[in-house]
Structure formats: C-alpha cells, structure tokens
Design a binder for this molecule. Structure first.
Ligand SMILES: NC(=O)c1ccc[n+]([C@@H]2O[C@H](COP(=O)([O-])OP(=O)(O)OC[C@H]3O[C@@H](n4cnc5c(N)ncnc54)[C@H](O)[C@@H]3O)[C@@H](O)[C@H]2O)c1
Ligand SMILES: [Zn+2]
Length: 344
C-alpha cells in the first residue's frame, strides 16, 4: 500500500494506492457509513459489501440525473444519515459523480470518499472534486466542486471490469501522457493493454502516475481558470461527435485527440501525430471517424466552454507539452471542412 495526501484549496484528499477494500472499515467504520454503488459492481463483487449499508443503483449514464439524486436522498433519510455520517461511492465515474454531488448537497454537505472501480474513475473521474449530474442532453450541467476525504484503490475490482471499459479508461491515460508526460507515453508505446491487465505492479505504476498527474493539474488550477483546461485535450471534438455518432466516450476522445494533433500541426508545428495514432490503435481505440462538419460545428458552437466566438483549443507542441490556444469559430469551421474531406 502507498499512502499519499494531496492538499487542495479547501480540503485534502488522501490516496491509498494498491490496498484492499477491507481498509474502508478503518477509514470510516461500518456503522455511520452508507455505500453507494451500481448493480454491475455489486453483483460482481458481492462478498466485499457484506456488513455495509448499501444503496445499489441501476448502472449507466442515463441514471446520472436528478431523479436518482432524489431517490438516493430518500434512502439516506431512511438510513438516518446525519452530519457525522460518511458516504462512500464504490463504482465508476457515474457513481463517484453522483455520490460526490449528493454528499455536497445533503444536509448542506456530509463527508465522502471514493473507491473507484473502473480505470476511468481511478485515473480521472474520481479525482479533482468536480461532482455533478446531467440535465437532458447537457452533460455535467449541474454540480459542485468539493474534494473527497479519501480515494481507496483496490485493483481486484478491475477483475470484473469489461474490456471495452478498460479501453475507455486508457483513452484518458493516453490523454494524460500526451499533455504532460512524455516518459509515460514511452511506457505506453512499449507495452500493451494485456500487460497492464496481467501485471499488478505495472498497473499500479500507471494508475498512480495518472492519478497524481491529474491531482497536480487540478491542484494548480482547482476552479479551471487556466491549466486545468489542458485536461480537455481531445474532448472539444470528442464531445462534438460522441452523441451524434453514439460513440463510447473513450473512442470519441481518441478521435478528438487525433483531430487536435492535426490542428496542432498547423498551429504549433507539431510533428508526432503518427506516434499518437499508433498508441491509440495499439490500445484498441479508433483514430478516425467520418463526420459531418456542419453537425460537428453546430455542437461546438453551443459548447459551454466557448467564450464569445473563440474556442480555447488544447494543442500539443510536442508529446508531453500541451498548450491552450484560442481559435476563432471561423477558423474552426475552415479546419472542420478540411478534415471532413481528409479520411484515412
Ligand atoms: N468528475 C470528473 O471530473 C469526471 C471526469 C471524467 C469523467 N467523469 C464522468 O465519469 C463517467 C464515466 O465514468 P465510467 O466510464 O467509469 O462510467 P460508469 O460508472 O458508467 O462505468 C462504466 C461501466 O462499467 C461498470 N463497472 C464499473 N466498475 C466495474 C467493475 N469493477 N466491475 C464490473 N463493472 C464495472 C459500470 O457499471 C458501467 O456499466 C461519466 O459520467 C463522466 O461524466 C467525471
Ligand atoms: Zn474524458
């Protein structure tokens, strides 16, 4: 086990890497704790939940909505949860987002911690304190920024994680390497997904690197006025095609990263698109998707991250060094029309 405490502006989060779920008993005790999880995680890891008060939700993004928040709150009241209680989200990003949000609003705030069980939650969603829900088609439209007291990493949960979810998580790992860590990018080039699935030490190494990388970026810019934007690498275009073409998030981000690389070629003289494409493919992700420029532009134009007529696009100067560059909607529109016709 490795323990590390990260200080944010108003609270600290302690990371317990490579540990066992049993540690939860020492951290919160069973009496004043309610676990929130989903049916998939509960069904495949039932033994772990013995003896804990547990709320089991239906799995899926479509349940990350106010209706679910209301039903959780009703159950918390029934459990008699008070200001001294602990909420613990045990699951993927949907569960950690919901748990963090409920913990932020129930009784104006109760203590909470996470046990992330998907790769994506371990390296991304559970970290940084953004916790929210969707409203209609608007993702993460409502929420709070509040840091969990702890993150407990028990990699044995990943034994039941379906392979497509491993792949989705690796899209964010590749993203982190691209924006901040050339040596991690090398490690990804030299390895394969199966190596991480079979070798706990290698897995622990990459999970820790990513969790701490995201923590550092957030620490420097908790309320997203600057560098936290770098984490949007691949996500501007990614979000614009994700819903339109019903793509898994990781696939959309992978395609978005390649588009961002191509844009970086024009604006930043970036020269390593081929390396990024090769790693994306190696981890089972797609590098291209045909798209309708008009549709993509319509979504980009309505993005909540757009300011006036400018999109702050995350580009790469080189692998491991990302920058945010403002690009006008006119220029974006020219680029999209060019890319629409450039298929490979
Ligand atoms: N708060 C943030 O900063 C932040 C950052 C990135 C993503 N997110 C959010 O995270 C969500 C995506 O996270 P996700 O991909 O983990 O989604 P998810 O929670 O839907 O999990 C993906 C699937 O894997 C299943 N699953 C998870 N762990 C499992 C396990 N150990 N065994 C078996 N099945 C398991 C889930 O039931 C689900 O079907 C999105 O809602 C996104 O908005 C939030
Ligand atoms: Zn993402």
């Amino acid at each position: 086990m490795k323990k590390k405490t990260v200080k944010f502006s108003s609270a600290s989060t302690t990371f317990y890497f490579d540990t066992s779920f049993d540690l939860l008993e020492d951290l919160t005790g069973t009496v004043k704790t309610v676990i929130i999880t989903d049916e998939n995680v509960f069904r495949t890891n039932q033994r772990k939940f013995k003896g804990w008060n547990t709320i089991v939700l239906k799995p899926g993004e479509e349940y990350k909505v106010q209706r679910t928040v209301d039903s959780i709150i009703e159950q918390l009241i029934a459990f008699g949860v008070d200001r001294k209680s602990f909420l613990v989200g045990v699951g993927g990003g949907v569960i950690t987002d919901l748990t963090g949000y409920v913990a932020g609003i129930y009784l104006r705030g109760v203590k909470f911690g996470f046990v992330p069980t998907s790769v994506l939650a371990m390296v991304d969603a559970a970290i940084g304190g953004k916790n929210g829900i969707d409203v209609g088609v608007y993702k993460n439209m409502v929420g709070v920024i509040r840091q969990p007291k702890f993150l407990l990493y028990d990699y044995s949960f990943l034994k039941s994680l379906p392979k497509p979810e491993w792949i989705n998580g690796f899209a964010e790992i590749i993203k982190h390497a691209c924006i901040k860590d050339a040596s991690m990018f090398k490690l990804l080039e030299q390895s394969k997904l199966i190596n991480f699935q079979n070798d706990k030490h290698l897995l622990d190494r990459i999970i820790q690197k990513n969790a701490l990388l995201k923590s550092r970026v957030v620490q420097e810019d908790e309320f997203e006025t600057g560098n936290r934007k770098l984490l949007n690498f691949g996500h501007t275009f990614g979000h614009a095609i994700e819903n339109t073409y019903a793509l898994p998030h990781g696939h959309a981000v992978a395609i978005g990263m390649v588009v961002a690389c191509l844009i970086s070629e024009s604006y930043k003289k970036f020269r390593q698109t081929d390396n990024v494409v090769a790693v994306i493919r190696k981890y089972g992700l797609p590098a291209y998707h045909s798209f309708d420029a008009a549709k993509v532009l319509a979504v980009m134009g309505s993005d909540k991250k757009k300011v006036n007529d400018v999109i702050n696009y995350v580009m790469l100067e080189r692998i491991g060094k990302a920058v945010v560059s403002p690009v006008s909607m006119d220029e974006i529109s020219g680029l999209m029309i060019q890319l629409e016709n450039k298929r490979s």
